[in-house]
Design a protein around this ligand. Structure first.
Ligand code: ZN
Length: 165
């Protein structure tokens, strides 16, 4: 049996760059990132590449936008008055939350920018349309706890982290 199979908590180290070689994110120099394999915790292209691999696997995995954070819709961010948000709600570029449209659909949006009294909301993930280059390493694998399987995500490196939900 390979190490990385559905329902295992996989600890990965990764450095993410775009096609220009610009570093976007990295776990190096810190703790590895735990995720629950087979539960959509990470982008589909990366999860697929790690399936059936063993601890020690290291490779650069190139993930097309469709298997990453999606294609870019082409729609520009929309300006929404700052007043539309609770005054005590801290707003930051890159933050995401879910809004409901007129149809009652839940739409994820990201804050693409902040101006004086205007918030720019984008329905595209900040990395939509970006080809993702993951230098990824399987640093460890462990069994998931029953709670983790129930929740569909890991509770920290060892499975004993508390969290609020
Ligand atoms: Zn949980």
């Amino acid at each position: 049996m390979p190490d990385v199979t559905k329902g295992k908590v996989v600890l990965i180290h990764y450095t993410l760059t775009n096609s220009e070689g610009e570093e976007l994110d990295s776990s190096r120099g810190g703790e590895p990132l735990p995720y629950l394999h087979g539960h959509d915790n990470i982008v589909p292209g990366l999860e697929k590449a790690l399936d059936g691999k063993d601890v020690g696997f290291r490779e650069t995995v190139v993930v097309a936008p469709a298997d990453g954070y999606g294609e870019h819709s082409g729609f520009a961010p929309q300006a929404v008055p700052r007043d539309a948000f609770p005054a005590d709600m801290p707003l930051e570029e890159g933050m995401s939350f879910v809004v409901e449209n007129e149809m009652g659909d839940q739409i994820p949006v990201w804050i693409a920018g902040l101006q004086d009294d205007v918030v720019l909301l984008d329905t595209n993930h900040p990395l939509a349309g970006v080809e993702l280059h993951f230098d990824v390493e399987v640093a460890g694998v462990r069994d998931a706890t029953p709670d983790e399987l129930l929740h569909g995500h890991p509770h920290g490196l060892d499975g004993d982290d508390d969290h609020e939900h």
